[in-house]
Ligand binder design. Structure first.
Ligand code: HEM
Length: 217
């Protein structure tokens, strides 16, 4: 366990943990999105309810869920920690700082895009995890989703959060490979292209869901 705490506390270790957990969270985003596409089946929500029943009862999925929770917790703890360490190291800003010349706005605002994604996650967990699995609801999961997405405020906040997630991933995906030292003349352009496509297509996939229920149901 000693190695873990040494990594956890060191600055380079924090970046390493952020990159590994960030990529793990990317894989979760893809799996979750694929499952959620069941919402579009024209069967009154039967397939989606089966799928969510399986996800909430299967023992392997429950174990993976703990891993997911830990992944999020580590990613966020290290993010805020690094942010405050950086602030403490330079409490007064540079007198002359042309940040736009050596970094992008997206990379400088990762803590803000991440924080809005965090608020989104809490709202999302409250409506689809806490209310259904912990408290229990008379609505099926499908009915719960339809009800939530018919609320314009809920749906448009969802869209906004996904756009910011897209920005987060736009920098994060390729940055994670840089952190891991995977910098190669041949592969880096490929990683950048995959990252760009991932950061556009995955959030867009999620956005189709609230908009579909908002405008068609
Ligand atoms: C599904 C959700 C998320 C995914 C897929 C994700 C993914 C990533 C990835 C791949 C990186 C790049 C890591 C690196 O540079 O090595 C990253 C960086 C970052 N993430 Fe996230 N993230 C998510 C949620 C969050 C949340 C909720 C926060 C909360 C504050 C956050 C804060 C940050 C920050 C501040 C960085 C930049 C770290 C740095 O450059 O020093 N992320 N994220």
């Amino acid at each position: 366990m000693g190695w873990f705490f040494r990594t956890f506390y060191s600055t380079i270790g924090k970046k390493l943990i952020m990159s590994l957990t960030g990529l793990f969270l990317c894989s979760f985003l893809l799996v979750h999105l694929t499952g959620n596409f069941q919402l579009f089946k024209d069967d009154g929500g039967e397939a989606f309810n089966h799928y969510s029943e399986f996800m909430s009862t299967n023992i392997l999925i429950r174990i993976l869920e703990i891993g997911l929770f830990l992944g999020f917790a580590l990613h966020m703890t290290e993010a805020f920690w690094l942010y405050f360490l950086n602030k403490r190291a330079r409490p007064v800003a540079y007198a002359k700082n042309q940040a736009s010349e050596n970094s992008t706005l997206i990379s400088r605002t990762m803590i803000w895009s991440g924080s809005i994604v965090l608020v989104f996650l809490l709202v999302h967990l409250k409506s689809f995890f806490f209310d259904h699995r912990i408290i229990g609801s008379e609505l099926t999961m499908y009915q719960g989703v339809v009800q939530a997405f018919q609320d314009p405020l809920y749906s448009w906040f969802y869209v906004l959060a996904m756009v910011l997630l897209g920005f987060h991933l736009n920098h994060g995906f390729q940055s994670a490979f840089q952190t891991l030292g995977l910098n190669h003349k041949k592969y880096t352009p490929l990683i950048k292209t995959v990252g760009l496509l991932f950061s556009i297509l995955v959030p867009l996939g999620y956005i189709t869901m609230p908009l579909y229920f908002l405008f068609t149901k």
